[in-house]
Design a protein around this ligand. Structure first.
Ligand code: TYD
Ligand code: MG
Length: 466
Protein backbone atom coordinates (compact mmCIF):
# COMPACT_ATOMS: atom_id res chain seq x y z
CA UNK A 1 0.00 0.00 0.00
CA UNK A 2 1.79 3.13 -1.23
CA UNK A 3 1.40 6.15 0.96
CA UNK A 4 1.97 9.61 -0.36
CA UNK A 5 3.93 12.22 1.38
CA UNK A 6 3.83 15.99 1.40
CA UNK A 7 5.85 18.79 2.93
CA UNK A 8 4.24 20.84 5.65
CA UNK A 9 5.51 24.10 7.02
CA UNK A 10 5.87 23.78 10.78
CA UNK A 11 5.27 27.52 11.16
CA UNK A 12 2.26 28.32 8.97
CA UNK A 13 0.98 24.84 8.12
CA UNK A 14 1.22 25.29 4.35
CA UNK A 15 1.37 22.00 2.45
CA UNK A 16 3.41 21.53 -0.64
CA UNK A 17 4.17 18.53 -2.85
CA UNK A 18 7.74 19.77 -3.27
CA UNK A 19 10.38 20.69 -0.75
CA UNK A 20 11.36 24.36 -0.53
CA UNK A 21 14.18 25.82 1.49
CA UNK A 22 11.99 28.82 2.15
CA UNK A 23 8.29 28.39 2.80
CA UNK A 24 6.28 29.92 -0.10
CA UNK A 25 3.56 30.84 2.41
CA UNK A 26 5.24 32.53 5.36
CA UNK A 27 8.73 32.87 3.86
CA UNK A 28 10.41 31.25 6.87
CA UNK A 29 13.57 29.28 6.18
CA UNK A 30 13.96 25.53 6.75
CA UNK A 31 10.51 24.98 8.19
CA UNK A 32 9.20 22.43 5.65
CA UNK A 33 8.97 18.94 7.09
CA UNK A 34 8.04 15.86 5.13
CA UNK A 35 5.01 14.01 6.43
CA UNK A 36 3.03 10.98 5.36
CA UNK A 37 -0.41 11.78 3.97
CA UNK A 38 -3.34 9.74 5.24
CA UNK A 39 -4.39 6.88 2.91
CA UNK A 40 -7.42 7.75 0.70
CA UNK A 41 -9.77 5.58 2.77
CA UNK A 42 -8.73 6.89 6.16
CA UNK A 43 -8.41 10.37 4.70
CA UNK A 44 -12.02 10.39 3.62
CA UNK A 45 -13.08 9.15 7.02
CA UNK A 46 -10.90 11.77 8.65
CA UNK A 47 -12.43 14.55 6.61
CA UNK A 48 -15.98 13.50 7.39
CA UNK A 49 -15.02 13.38 11.03
CA UNK A 50 -13.37 16.76 10.67
CA UNK A 51 -16.31 18.64 9.12
CA UNK A 52 -18.23 16.79 11.78
CA UNK A 53 -21.54 16.89 13.55
CA UNK A 54 -24.96 16.79 11.97
CA UNK A 55 -23.63 18.50 8.83
CA UNK A 56 -21.87 15.32 7.72
CA UNK A 57 -23.64 12.97 5.32
CA UNK A 58 -23.75 10.07 7.77
CA UNK A 59 -25.88 10.55 10.85
CA UNK A 60 -24.06 9.65 13.98
CA UNK A 61 -25.57 9.37 17.46
CA UNK A 62 -25.12 12.55 19.46
CA UNK A 63 -22.59 12.16 22.20
CA UNK A 64 -23.88 12.98 25.67
CA UNK A 65 -21.46 14.71 28.03
CA UNK A 66 -21.39 13.60 31.67
CA UNK A 67 -20.01 15.09 34.86
CA UNK A 68 -16.46 14.07 35.68
CA UNK A 69 -17.49 12.42 38.96
CA UNK A 70 -19.47 9.87 36.95
CA UNK A 71 -16.49 8.93 34.85
CA UNK A 72 -15.11 5.66 36.13
CA UNK A 73 -11.43 5.99 36.97
CA UNK A 74 -9.66 2.65 36.92
CA UNK A 75 -6.46 2.62 38.90
CA UNK A 76 -3.52 2.61 36.50
CA UNK A 77 -1.69 -0.68 36.69
CA UNK A 78 2.05 -0.40 36.46
CA UNK A 79 5.00 -2.52 35.48
CA UNK A 80 7.79 -2.25 37.99
CA UNK A 81 11.15 -1.88 36.27
CA UNK A 82 12.93 -3.25 39.35
CA UNK A 83 14.90 0.02 39.57
CA UNK A 84 13.43 1.98 42.46
CA UNK A 85 14.63 5.41 41.36
CA UNK A 86 13.33 4.90 37.80
CA UNK A 87 9.95 3.66 39.05
CA UNK A 88 9.63 6.66 41.36
CA UNK A 89 10.41 9.16 38.59
CA UNK A 90 7.90 7.40 36.32
CA UNK A 91 5.27 7.83 39.04
CA UNK A 92 5.28 4.21 40.22
CA UNK A 93 6.47 2.19 37.21
CA UNK A 94 5.76 1.89 33.50
CA UNK A 95 2.14 2.25 32.42
CA UNK A 96 1.07 -0.33 29.80
CA UNK A 97 0.38 1.27 26.44
CA UNK A 98 2.29 4.41 27.34
CA UNK A 99 5.14 6.03 25.48
CA UNK A 100 8.14 7.29 27.44
CA UNK A 101 10.82 9.42 25.82
CA UNK A 102 14.20 9.09 27.50
CA UNK A 103 16.53 11.87 26.41
CA UNK A 104 20.13 12.59 27.24
CA UNK A 105 23.48 13.29 25.69
CA UNK A 106 25.50 10.42 24.22
CA UNK A 107 27.38 8.28 26.73
CA UNK A 108 25.29 9.31 29.72
CA UNK A 109 23.89 5.80 30.26
CA UNK A 110 20.55 5.59 28.46
CA UNK A 111 21.23 2.20 26.92
CA UNK A 112 22.55 0.92 30.24
CA UNK A 113 19.47 2.06 32.15
CA UNK A 114 16.97 0.68 29.62
CA UNK A 115 18.81 -2.62 29.28
CA UNK A 116 18.82 -3.03 33.06
CA UNK A 117 15.12 -2.19 33.30
CA UNK A 118 14.19 -4.74 30.62
CA UNK A 119 16.41 -7.30 32.32
CA UNK A 120 14.48 -6.94 35.57
CA UNK A 121 11.13 -7.06 33.75
CA UNK A 122 12.13 -10.16 31.82
CA UNK A 123 13.30 -11.73 35.07
CA UNK A 124 9.93 -11.04 36.68
CA UNK A 125 8.17 -12.98 33.92
CA UNK A 126 7.22 -10.13 31.55
CA UNK A 127 7.88 -10.30 27.83
CA UNK A 128 10.34 -7.65 26.68
CA UNK A 129 12.03 -6.54 23.48
CA UNK A 130 15.10 -4.39 22.94
CA UNK A 131 15.30 -2.78 19.49
CA UNK A 132 18.78 -1.50 18.77
CA UNK A 133 19.18 0.74 15.77
CA UNK A 134 22.40 2.19 16.98
CA UNK A 135 24.57 -0.70 18.03
CA UNK A 136 24.87 -4.22 16.68
CA UNK A 137 23.43 -7.08 18.73
CA UNK A 138 27.02 -8.07 19.63
CA UNK A 139 27.78 -4.62 21.00
CA UNK A 140 24.63 -4.66 23.11
CA UNK A 141 25.59 -8.10 24.37
CA UNK A 142 28.98 -6.81 25.49
CA UNK A 143 27.28 -4.15 27.57
CA UNK A 144 24.76 -6.64 28.96
CA UNK A 145 27.63 -8.87 30.09
CA UNK A 146 28.72 -6.09 32.41
CA UNK A 147 25.18 -5.75 33.72
CA UNK A 148 24.70 -9.36 34.68
CA UNK A 149 22.54 -12.36 33.95
CA UNK A 150 19.20 -10.52 33.96
CA UNK A 151 20.25 -8.15 31.18
CA UNK A 152 21.47 -11.06 29.05
CA UNK A 153 17.99 -12.62 29.00
CA UNK A 154 16.46 -9.70 27.09
CA UNK A 155 15.48 -10.54 23.48
CA UNK A 156 17.03 -8.15 20.98
CA UNK A 157 16.68 -7.19 17.36
CA UNK A 158 19.21 -4.91 15.71
CA UNK A 159 17.25 -3.18 12.95
CA UNK A 160 16.63 0.28 11.58
CA UNK A 161 13.74 -0.25 9.18
CA UNK A 162 10.54 0.94 10.82
CA UNK A 163 8.19 -1.58 9.18
CA UNK A 164 10.44 -4.49 10.14
CA UNK A 165 10.58 -3.22 13.71
CA UNK A 166 6.80 -2.82 13.88
CA UNK A 167 6.35 -6.37 12.57
CA UNK A 168 8.76 -7.66 15.20
CA UNK A 169 6.94 -5.83 18.00
CA UNK A 170 3.63 -7.24 16.76
CA UNK A 171 5.06 -10.76 16.61
CA UNK A 172 6.89 -10.68 19.94
CA UNK A 173 4.02 -8.92 21.74
CA UNK A 174 6.23 -7.59 24.55
CA UNK A 175 4.83 -5.95 27.66
CA UNK A 176 7.71 -3.50 27.54
CA UNK A 177 9.85 -2.49 24.59
CA UNK A 178 12.84 -0.19 24.21
CA UNK A 179 13.67 1.59 20.94
CA UNK A 180 17.32 2.65 21.07
CA UNK A 181 17.23 5.15 19.53
CA UNK A 182 14.25 6.79 17.89
CA UNK A 183 16.63 8.77 15.66
CA UNK A 184 18.06 5.70 13.99
CA UNK A 185 14.81 4.18 12.72
CA UNK A 186 13.93 4.86 9.13
CA UNK A 187 10.52 5.05 7.52
CA UNK A 188 11.07 4.15 3.85
CA UNK A 189 8.10 6.16 2.65
CA UNK A 190 9.68 9.44 3.67
CA UNK A 191 12.71 10.72 1.83
CA UNK A 192 14.25 12.56 4.80
CA UNK A 193 17.29 11.10 6.54
CA UNK A 194 16.77 9.11 9.77
CA UNK A 195 16.71 11.53 12.67
CA UNK A 196 15.15 14.37 10.67
CA UNK A 197 12.06 15.97 12.17
CA UNK A 198 9.64 14.32 9.72
CA UNK A 199 11.19 10.89 10.21
CA UNK A 200 11.30 11.05 13.98
CA UNK A 201 7.70 12.21 14.18
CA UNK A 202 6.52 9.49 11.82
CA UNK A 203 8.49 6.76 13.60
CA UNK A 204 7.13 7.80 16.99
CA UNK A 205 3.52 8.07 15.90
CA UNK A 206 3.54 4.69 14.13
CA UNK A 207 5.08 3.04 17.19
CA UNK A 208 2.53 4.80 19.37
CA UNK A 209 -0.39 3.46 17.32
CA UNK A 210 0.89 -0.06 17.83
CA UNK A 211 1.77 0.43 21.49
CA UNK A 212 -1.66 1.80 22.37
CA UNK A 213 -3.41 -0.97 20.43
CA UNK A 214 -1.36 -3.73 22.09
CA UNK A 215 -0.91 -2.22 25.54
CA UNK A 216 2.87 -2.28 25.17
CA UNK A 217 4.87 0.14 27.29
CA UNK A 218 7.49 1.70 25.01
CA UNK A 219 10.61 3.61 25.99
CA UNK A 220 11.95 5.68 23.12
CA UNK A 221 15.57 6.58 23.63
CA UNK A 222 16.57 9.91 22.06
CA UNK A 223 19.83 11.79 21.89
CA UNK A 224 19.88 15.43 22.81
CA UNK A 225 23.07 17.28 22.06
CA UNK A 226 24.26 19.99 24.44
CA UNK A 227 23.30 22.67 21.94
CA UNK A 228 19.88 21.06 21.42
CA UNK A 229 20.90 21.02 17.76
CA UNK A 230 19.22 17.74 16.95
CA UNK A 231 15.59 18.64 16.43
CA UNK A 232 14.59 14.99 16.83
CA UNK A 233 13.39 14.26 20.35
CA UNK A 234 12.13 17.72 21.22
CA UNK A 235 9.45 17.53 18.54
CA UNK A 236 8.09 14.42 20.26
CA UNK A 237 7.43 16.00 23.62
CA UNK A 238 3.76 16.70 22.93
CA UNK A 239 3.20 13.22 21.51
CA UNK A 240 4.56 11.03 24.29
CA UNK A 241 3.09 10.50 27.77
CA UNK A 242 6.26 11.01 29.69
CA UNK A 243 9.56 12.78 28.98
CA UNK A 244 12.53 11.76 31.08
CA UNK A 245 15.85 13.52 30.94
CA UNK A 246 19.03 11.76 31.96
CA UNK A 247 21.65 14.29 33.04
CA UNK A 248 25.11 14.42 34.46
CA UNK A 249 28.66 14.99 33.40
CA UNK A 250 30.28 12.15 31.57
CA UNK A 251 33.48 12.44 33.51
CA UNK A 252 31.70 12.28 36.86
CA UNK A 253 29.95 9.23 38.23
CA UNK A 254 26.64 10.83 39.30
CA UNK A 255 23.64 10.75 36.97
CA UNK A 256 20.30 12.37 37.57
CA UNK A 257 17.02 11.26 36.06
CA UNK A 258 14.25 13.84 35.92
CA UNK A 259 10.71 13.84 34.60
CA UNK A 260 10.06 16.90 32.44
CA UNK A 261 6.55 15.78 31.58
CA UNK A 262 4.47 12.99 33.06
CA UNK A 263 0.83 12.23 32.35
CA UNK A 264 0.89 9.55 35.04
CA UNK A 265 2.84 11.18 37.82
CA UNK A 266 4.59 14.22 39.20
CA UNK A 267 7.21 16.15 37.26
CA UNK A 268 9.07 17.12 40.41
CA UNK A 269 10.71 13.80 41.05
CA UNK A 270 14.34 13.11 40.36
CA UNK A 271 16.34 9.95 40.80
CA UNK A 272 20.06 9.80 41.50
CA UNK A 273 22.37 7.11 40.11
CA UNK A 274 26.02 6.36 40.07
CA UNK A 275 27.72 4.78 37.04
CA UNK A 276 29.85 1.90 38.20
CA UNK A 277 31.60 -1.03 36.57
CA UNK A 278 28.49 -3.20 36.78
CA UNK A 279 26.05 -0.58 35.52
CA UNK A 280 23.97 2.11 37.21
CA UNK A 281 23.52 1.92 40.95
CA UNK A 282 20.85 3.88 42.78
CA UNK A 283 22.25 6.42 45.20
CA UNK A 284 20.05 6.33 48.27
CA UNK A 285 22.40 7.96 50.76
CA UNK A 286 23.23 11.01 48.65
CA UNK A 287 22.90 13.50 51.54
CA UNK A 288 25.30 11.57 53.74
CA UNK A 289 27.85 11.39 50.94
CA UNK A 290 27.69 15.05 49.99
CA UNK A 291 27.84 16.27 53.60
CA UNK A 292 30.67 13.85 54.35
CA UNK A 293 32.65 15.15 51.39
CA UNK A 294 31.93 18.85 52.09
CA UNK A 295 35.23 20.72 52.39
CA UNK A 296 34.22 23.18 55.13
CA UNK A 297 36.68 25.63 53.55
CA UNK A 298 35.96 29.29 52.73
CA UNK A 299 33.31 29.31 49.99
CA UNK A 300 31.66 26.05 51.02
CA UNK A 301 28.11 25.73 52.33
CA UNK A 302 25.59 22.90 52.53
CA UNK A 303 22.25 23.51 50.83
CA UNK A 304 19.23 21.69 52.21
CA UNK A 305 17.43 21.31 48.89
CA UNK A 306 14.26 19.54 47.79
CA UNK A 307 14.44 17.12 44.88
CA UNK A 308 10.74 16.72 44.20
CA UNK A 309 9.27 15.13 47.29
CA UNK A 310 12.66 14.23 48.73
CA UNK A 311 15.09 16.37 50.73
CA UNK A 312 18.71 16.34 49.57
CA UNK A 313 21.76 17.94 51.14
CA UNK A 314 24.34 19.13 48.61
CA UNK A 315 27.50 21.16 48.93
CA UNK A 316 27.58 24.49 47.09
CA UNK A 317 31.07 25.90 46.50
CA UNK A 318 32.08 29.36 45.37
CA UNK A 319 35.34 30.91 44.29
CA UNK A 320 35.80 34.67 44.01
CA UNK A 321 39.06 35.78 42.41
CA UNK A 322 40.34 39.10 41.02
CA UNK A 323 39.56 39.29 37.32
CA UNK A 324 41.76 40.46 34.52
CA UNK A 325 38.84 40.73 32.16
CA UNK A 326 36.86 43.84 31.47
CA UNK A 327 33.73 41.78 31.91
CA UNK A 328 34.46 39.43 34.82
CA UNK A 329 33.44 35.83 34.46
CA UNK A 330 30.32 34.32 36.01
CA UNK A 331 30.51 30.57 35.77
CA UNK A 332 27.94 28.23 37.32
CA UNK A 333 27.41 24.54 37.20
CA UNK A 334 24.36 22.80 38.59
CA UNK A 335 22.47 26.06 39.02
CA UNK A 336 20.64 28.62 36.93
CA UNK A 337 23.07 31.24 35.58
CA UNK A 338 20.53 34.04 35.78
CA UNK A 339 19.88 33.21 39.39
CA UNK A 340 23.57 33.75 40.15
CA UNK A 341 23.50 37.19 38.53
CA UNK A 342 20.50 38.08 40.67
CA UNK A 343 22.04 36.81 43.90
CA UNK A 344 25.28 38.72 43.20
CA UNK A 345 23.30 41.91 42.69
CA UNK A 346 21.38 41.37 45.93
CA UNK A 347 24.63 40.58 47.77
CA UNK A 348 26.20 43.80 46.55
CA UNK A 349 23.20 45.97 47.28
CA UNK A 350 21.89 44.48 50.52
CA UNK A 351 24.80 42.46 51.92
CA UNK A 352 27.73 44.78 51.22
CA UNK A 353 29.56 41.99 49.44
CA UNK A 354 30.63 43.44 46.11
CA UNK A 355 32.05 41.17 43.42
CA UNK A 356 32.14 43.72 40.61
CA UNK A 357 35.79 43.33 39.68
CA UNK A 358 36.06 39.62 40.40
CA UNK A 359 35.46 36.38 38.56
CA UNK A 360 32.83 34.34 40.35
CA UNK A 361 32.53 30.57 40.04
CA UNK A 362 29.72 28.65 41.73
CA UNK A 363 29.40 24.90 41.61
CA UNK A 364 27.07 22.29 43.05
CA UNK A 365 29.46 19.48 43.97
CA UNK A 366 29.03 16.05 42.41
CA UNK A 367 27.56 17.25 39.12
CA UNK A 368 24.06 17.43 40.64
CA UNK A 369 21.57 20.05 39.46
CA UNK A 370 19.36 21.97 41.85
CA UNK A 371 16.55 23.87 40.23
CA UNK A 372 14.65 25.49 43.03
CA UNK A 373 14.31 28.93 44.62
CA UNK A 374 15.60 27.63 47.98
CA UNK A 375 19.17 27.66 46.63
CA UNK A 376 19.54 31.48 46.66
CA UNK A 377 20.76 31.76 50.25
CA UNK A 378 23.33 28.99 49.77
CA UNK A 379 24.77 30.80 46.73
CA UNK A 380 24.85 34.07 48.65
CA UNK A 381 26.58 32.57 51.71
CA UNK A 382 29.07 30.61 49.61
CA UNK A 383 30.01 33.71 47.60
CA UNK A 384 30.22 35.91 50.73
CA UNK A 385 32.42 33.36 52.48
CA UNK A 386 34.64 33.03 49.41
CA UNK A 387 34.87 36.80 48.93
CA UNK A 388 35.87 37.33 52.56
CA UNK A 389 38.17 34.32 52.60
CA UNK A 390 36.74 32.90 55.82
CA UNK A 391 34.85 29.65 56.34
CA UNK A 392 31.28 29.88 57.57
CA UNK A 393 30.88 29.57 61.29
CA UNK A 394 30.05 26.10 62.61
CA UNK A 395 30.64 24.25 59.36
CA UNK A 396 29.20 22.18 57.90
CA UNK A 397 26.74 25.05 57.87
CA UNK A 398 23.48 24.24 56.16
CA UNK A 399 20.94 26.73 54.88
CA UNK A 400 18.05 27.29 52.50
CA UNK A 401 15.80 30.17 51.46
CA UNK A 402 14.90 32.39 48.54
CA UNK A 403 16.17 35.95 48.27
CA UNK A 404 13.82 38.76 47.37
CA UNK A 405 14.94 41.81 45.41
CA UNK A 406 14.70 43.98 48.51
CA UNK A 407 17.10 41.75 50.40
CA UNK A 408 14.49 39.81 52.38
CA UNK A 409 14.78 36.10 52.96
CA UNK A 410 11.64 34.35 51.72
CA UNK A 411 9.96 31.19 52.90
CA UNK A 412 10.29 28.12 50.67
CA UNK A 413 8.38 24.83 50.62
CA UNK A 414 8.89 21.86 52.97
CA UNK A 415 11.09 23.56 55.60
CA UNK A 416 10.40 20.80 58.14
CA UNK A 417 11.66 18.07 55.81
CA UNK A 418 14.78 20.04 54.95
CA UNK A 419 15.51 20.63 58.64
CA UNK A 420 14.92 17.00 59.49
CA UNK A 421 17.34 15.87 56.77
CA UNK A 422 19.97 18.37 57.94
CA UNK A 423 19.64 17.24 61.56
CA UNK A 424 19.91 13.61 60.49
CA UNK A 425 23.28 14.33 58.92
CA UNK A 426 24.74 16.39 61.72
CA UNK A 427 24.05 19.90 60.41
CA UNK A 428 22.53 21.84 63.29
CA UNK A 429 21.55 25.48 63.36
CA UNK A 430 20.36 25.60 59.78
CA UNK A 431 19.98 29.19 58.60
CA UNK A 432 16.50 29.50 57.18
CA UNK A 433 13.72 32.01 56.51
CA UNK A 434 11.26 33.04 59.20
CA UNK A 435 8.46 30.51 59.61
CA UNK A 436 10.65 27.49 58.91
CA UNK A 437 10.02 26.02 62.34
CA UNK A 438 11.90 25.03 65.43
CA UNK A 439 15.46 23.91 64.95
CA UNK A 440 16.19 26.61 62.39
CA UNK A 441 18.20 29.75 63.01
CA UNK A 442 15.74 32.08 61.41
CA UNK A 443 16.75 35.22 59.52
CA UNK A 444 14.44 37.86 58.09
CA UNK A 445 16.93 39.32 55.67
CA UNK A 446 20.14 38.50 53.84
CA UNK A 447 21.97 40.84 56.24
CA UNK A 448 20.75 38.83 59.23
CA UNK A 449 21.70 35.58 57.55
CA UNK A 450 25.20 36.88 56.80
CA UNK A 451 25.59 38.00 60.42
CA UNK A 452 24.61 34.51 61.60
CA UNK A 453 26.86 32.68 59.15
CA UNK A 454 30.05 34.71 59.05
CA UNK A 455 32.31 34.98 62.09
CA UNK A 456 32.43 38.34 63.85
CA UNK A 457 34.93 40.63 62.24
CA UNK A 458 34.93 38.81 58.90
CA UNK A 459 34.37 42.15 57.25
CA UNK A 460 37.43 43.68 58.88
CA UNK A 461 39.51 40.66 57.94
CA UNK A 462 38.54 41.05 54.31
CA UNK A 463 39.43 44.72 54.38
CA UNK A 464 42.82 43.88 55.85
CA UNK A 465 43.39 41.30 53.11
CA UNK A 466 42.49 43.84 50.43
P1 TYD B 1 25.62 3.94 27.55
O1 TYD B 1 24.49 3.30 28.28
O2 TYD B 1 26.11 3.25 26.34
O3 TYD B 1 25.25 5.46 27.17
P2 TYD B 1 24.20 6.04 26.10
O4 TYD B 1 23.32 4.93 25.67
O5 TYD B 1 23.47 7.12 26.85
O6 TYD B 1 25.01 6.62 25.00
O7 TYD B 1 26.80 4.11 28.63
C1 TYD B 1 27.89 4.83 28.30
C2 TYD B 1 28.98 4.87 29.32
O8 TYD B 1 28.76 4.17 30.51
C3 TYD B 1 30.20 4.27 28.70
O9 TYD B 1 31.16 5.30 28.63
C4 TYD B 1 30.64 3.17 29.58
C5 TYD B 1 29.93 3.45 30.87
N1 TYD B 1 29.57 2.21 31.56
C6 TYD B 1 30.09 1.95 32.83
O10 TYD B 1 30.88 2.73 33.37
N2 TYD B 1 29.71 0.80 33.48
C7 TYD B 1 28.85 -0.09 32.93
O11 TYD B 1 28.52 -1.11 33.55
C8 TYD B 1 28.31 0.19 31.64
C9 TYD B 1 27.38 -0.76 30.97
C10 TYD B 1 28.70 1.35 30.99
MG1 MG C 1 23.13 4.15 23.75
Amino acid sequence: MARETAFTCSDCGLQSAKWHGRCPGCEAWNTLVEERLPTPASGAKGRRGGSGGSHGRERRPTLAARPLREVGARPVERLSTGIGELDRVLGGGLVPGSLVLLGGSPGIGKSTLTNMALGHLQGSGQRTLYVSGEESAEQVRLRAERLGAGALRVPIIAETDLDTVLDAIAAEAPAACVIDSVQTLNCGELSGAPGSVGQVREVASRIMELAKARGTAVILVGHVTKEGALAGPRVLEHLVDCVLQFEGERERPYRELRALKNRFGSTNEAGLFEMRQGGLVEVLDASARFVGEATRAPGSVVLAAMEGSRPLLVEVQALVAPSELEQPRRVVSGLDRNRLALVLAILARHGRVGTGGADVFVNVVGGVRVDEPGCDLAVALAVASAARGVPLEGTPRACFGELGLTGELRWVGHPERRLEEAAKHGCDGVIAPVGSGSGAREAKTLREALALALPQGAGRLAQAAA
